[in-house]
Design a protein around this ligand. Structure first.
Ligand code: MN
Length: 339
């Protein structure tokens, strides 16, 4: 079988791999149908993801068909169409004991620390497989993973209808968060430098939008909330000043959620956090949110139809990544399709 491997940063290769064999642990064989290209895949390709190790078969948004089940596999059967959870956790460390395997001390993420979904077959535990809603195409089903990431950030934010939320960034991550956040009934403000994305955000349920090229985001947030500030900020822009902006925009007793992976220092001051007693919380990956995301799709609360802007055959992965690098404004979400 074939797989797509990042041999070293900026070097993508189609390789021949052994087809996986089922084991007691990895008791389900999944034949890949579609895999999404995520910002973090692009980061691993370009060598800017500090967590990744090389060489690596990337891809963590993995949809396929169960081809074989082995010993002890009860959750799925042959022929089921599934999406695979990317989190592999030890189950015994402090984080795992606290019910937070997504930040396991020995965390192994498929497509980052261990081989992921850009290959024809993978063997995984049955418990990591989730049945995909029938109404979605294989490519659309890939979007369940970004939906789980959005659910995670909203749950870290403890978002409810009383909140006014600032989402910084209206790209793939920000628009997924908007899709979930609006279900809470919160009032939502979205900031982005791209006017077209701001218009999309208004159509998708944002009440206000702010373009940082035109207005000071934090000041505008205070204006829109009678001076109090928003009660929650989620930083889905993850750029140099976005954390500082979030700390300024958020009012007393609010929450600030970070999602970036940059190791570049950013200057903030303690007064902003202490004086308002802000909770600053990271949101990483997702903590068993796949069923929640699938339930929302099945209940028609989240619509993923039409969310894929481009598809490529998996053997054309190089073309797909080159296209991502072109920063073509029509790009929303790209999926690789398998045979
Ligand atoms: Mn992703």
């Amino acid at each position: 079988m074939k797989g797509i491997q990042i041999v070293e940063p900026n070097k993508l290769q189609i390789i021949d791999m052994e087809k996986p064999v089922l084991t007691k642990e990895n008791n389900v064989l999944v034949k890949m149908k579609a895999a999404g290209i995520c910002g973090s895949d692009v980061g691993i390709y370009h060598g800017t993801n500090a967590a990744a190790t090389y060489p690596r078969v990337i891809g963590h948004e993995m949809v396929g068909i169960v081809e074989e089940v082995g010993e002890g596999a009860t959750k799925v059967k042959v022929g089921d169409r599934v999406i695979v959870d990317q989190v592999v956790a030890c189950g015994t460390c402090y984080a795992c004991r606290k019910g937070r395997p997504n930040v396991c001390g020995n965390l192994q993420v498929r497509g980052v620390h261990i081989d992921g979904g850009y290959r024809e077959y993978m063997a995984v535990p049955d418990q990591d497989c989730y049945l995909v809603p029938e109404g979605l195409t294989d490519a659309e089903a890939v979007m369940i993973e970004p939906t789980t990431i959005a659910i995670q950030s909203c749950s870290r934010a403890e978002l409810d209808q009383e909140d006014t939320l600032l989402i910084e960034g209206a790209g793939a991550l920000g628009s997924s968060i908007l899709r979930i956040a609006r279900l809470s009934g919160a009032t939502i403000i979205v900031s982005d430098v791209d006017e077209e994305k701001l218009q999309d955000a208004l159509k998708a349920g944002a009440s206000y939008v702010i373009n940082p090229m035109k207005d000071d985001v934090a000041e505008k947030c205070h204006e829109l909330t009678d001076g109090y500030g928003v009660t929650v900020s989620i930083d889905a822009a993850c750029v140099k000043d976005s954390l500082l902006t979030a700390l300024k925009a958020t009012g007393n007793a609010g929450r600030v959620i970070t999602m970036g992976f940059s190791t570049a220092p950013t200057e903030v001051n303690q007064f902003l956090i202490t004086s308002k007693e802000l909770d600053v919380r990271g949101s990483r990956l997702q903590n068993r949110k796949f069923q929640d995301a699938i339930d929302l799709v099945n209940e028609n609360k989240v619509n993923l139809a039409g969310s894929i802007s481009h598809t490529f055959h998996y053997l054309d992965a190089q073309k797909a990544f080159d296209f991502v690098d072109s920063k073509d404004p029509s790009i929303r979400k790209i999926a690789l399709l398998f045979d």
